[in-house]
Design a protein around this ligand. Structure first.
Ligand code: PGA
Length: 237
């Protein structure tokens, strides 16, 4: 069963469109899975007002590495909490592509936890890394880098999302068995068996093939989270 659908709207929706989609969603019946909307920062206040006291939860797409300070262009995780965000995506491959490093991701993760947010840490190899057999090494490095400064109790509060970068639309998808094999590798690496989140070309038609409740209990979804029909279908799968 799908426990959680995290809708990563990236920079895809203008503010009025984000507000409309959120409004249409909250007006409908509660879905089987939790739905976490992650709008752009400028759309967050409007979407926050729409989902306030509804069954829909809210997240952000990244957060700053501290709560206050001289961090031009960053957004305070405490401010995200004030807007009723419960989740924050950290280390998405779009951001890693802009040069975000594991060290920076570790700082964002720490600040997110300190503010009381549940971070969704994205890890995943690029195609060139997979082709030379480095998938596991890359994912291990990303997890270790992000977790370095965190005590075990805090690490357990982080949701880990496996997103093979090449499988994110318009690429992909990965074979479900390959994604599950990576989940088992991550368990071994963490010395802890816990369901992860899967991301990369997830659709209503394929979500159940990844999210089996054992390896993965939720999905991080980009493209298919942009329409009401697909979003509801994902969360009722
Ligand atoms: P996608 O994006 O579902 O469009 O592949 C997933 C993501 O980038 O988080």
């Amino acid at each position: 069963m799908v426990k959680r659908i995290i809708a990563n709207w990236k920079m895809q929706l203008a503010v009025p469109a984000a507000e409309r989609l959120a409004t249409a969603l909250v007006r409908g019946p509660r879905t089987k899975a939790e739905v976490v909307l992650c709008p752009s920062f400028v759309a967050l206040p409007a979407v926050s007002a729409v989902v306030h006291r509804s069954w829909v939860t809210l997240g952000a797409q990244t957060c700053g590495p501290a709560d206050r300070g001289a961090f031009t262009g960053e957004v305070s995780p405490g401010d995200l909490r004030s807007l009723a965000c419960q989740y924050v995506i950290v280390g998405h491959s779009d951001r890693r592509a802009f040069g975000e490093t594991n060290v920076e991701i570790a700082a964002r993760l720490k600040a997110a936890l300190a503010a009381g947010l549940t971070p969704v840490l994205c890890v995943g190899e690029r195609l060139a890394e997979r082709q030379v057999g480095r998938s596991q090494a890359v994912v291990a490095e990303q997890i270790d880098g992000a977790f370095r400064a965190l005590p075990a109790a805090k690490r357990r509060r982080v949701l880990i999302a496996y997103e093979p970068v090449w499988a994110i639309s318009p690429g992909g998808p990965i074979q479900p068995d390959e994604a599950k094999a990576m989940a088992r590798f991550i368990w071994t690496h963490l010395k802890q068996r816990r369901p992860l989140t899967y991301g990369g070309s997830v659709t209503p038609a394929n979500v159940a093939t990844y999210v089996d409740g054992v390896h993965f209990d939720g999905a991080l979804v980009g493209q298919a989270s942009l329409t009401l029909r697909a979003l509801r279908a994902l969360a009722d799968a």
